[in-house]
Design a protein around this ligand. Sequence first.
Ligand code: IMP
Length: 433
Amino acid sequence: MPVTAVVGAQWGDEGKGHVVDFMASQAHMVIRFQGGDNAGHTVVNNHGKFALHLFPCGIFYPHVHNVLGTGMAINPQSFLEEMTMLNDAGLETPSSRLHISERAQVVMPYHVLIDGLEEEARGKHAQGTTKRGIGPCYTDKAARVGLRMGDLTDAGHLREYLRHVMDVKNRLLTRVYDHDPLCYDDVLEQALAWGKQLAPYIKNTHPLVQQALREDKTILLEGQLGALRDVNWGIYPYVTSSSPIAGGAATGAGVPPHRINNIIGVVKAYTTAVGEGPVPTELDGEMERTLREVGEEYGATTGRPRRCGWFDAVAVRYAAELCGFSSIAVTKIDVLDQLPTLKLCVAYDVDGTRYETVPDTRLMARAQPVYEEFPGWQASTTEARAWHDLPPNAQAYLERISELTGGLPISMVGVGPHRNDTLVVDGQHYEVA
Ligand code: IMP
């Protein structure tokens, strides 16, 4: 199974970090293919508990090459802080196995500033962004005025190009947002300093990835966020500005689509979302509080409480259709352990019409979930390490999820936060460090 994409099938925060950290023991390379430090991949392993924002989740294994791919938007300051955090925890991050694509976009200070100003200006149309500058950075990428990581290492080019870009940014800041301009010299000095510090890591990653492909090495493509936040297919405009679906893995990582021969859709056993936009199964009151508290559902990047709801099989089936999942990995089943009954959303009702796929956002905003009810299992699943260890009602719940999402096999089940709290269903053996 040389190239596996691990992608989110819901609104983000599905537990991709857990799955990649678990699978990376067998990998040669892990490539993050999109997004930036808006991500918060929570990983709990023998090194401790970490919220990774930019680093691929293979960083915990000394044999794994970790690539920050071309499709990413990288804030160099966050990268340096994350590296310090990892080094302080005793992990090594040598440039021999940590690679930043010179073609990845740089999140600059003006992107972060403009993200906040844009959100404020949107008023009631606010999108609930993470304010990490992700939207403005990808906007510049598409408008072809972005800075790329390689530019930071070329002082002559940077001096000249940054002046051109910042002239326009400062006009935007002062004339549209009535904000003070940013000082070109300060930003340049900062960017040059980043270039110096990051130079050993910034490289042409294309030959590295191609060599790994030629040698049939095991490669994991790690996504951020989920299909419902995809810029093309998600609940636009409440989406991120990149493509978290499997197609985005090919472009962002620079891997030909036909070389991706395994696509794991990661789903949480219920639904969560941070930020705005329709989430048809969102709960309120006691049940939402229970899911949030038991599941510790607070944004790993922003700390915002996550919106919680029942599992939405319509959304996951839609993600499966878009991504072509080979299997799904269901995380956090243990969070449901004590519930007397559970609900699964099998369709939407929009103004009296039944929908079995995700409609466009205008309609999605009015979608009422159609539920099936399930008896809970009210027993702990955290010790389960094989399918037959799961209580029968938990098996039935998972089997129904599999059925409703197009008969996809369930390859893994997460039964707790730790790397070891993972049940492999299809008999594959992963060495757990
Ligand atoms: P942005 O990516 O910061 O521009 O935010 C766009 C939307 O995606 C907002 O609704 C965010 O709350 C959401 N979002 C961004 N990153 C994450 C994440 O890592 N997990 C969950 N939601 C996210």
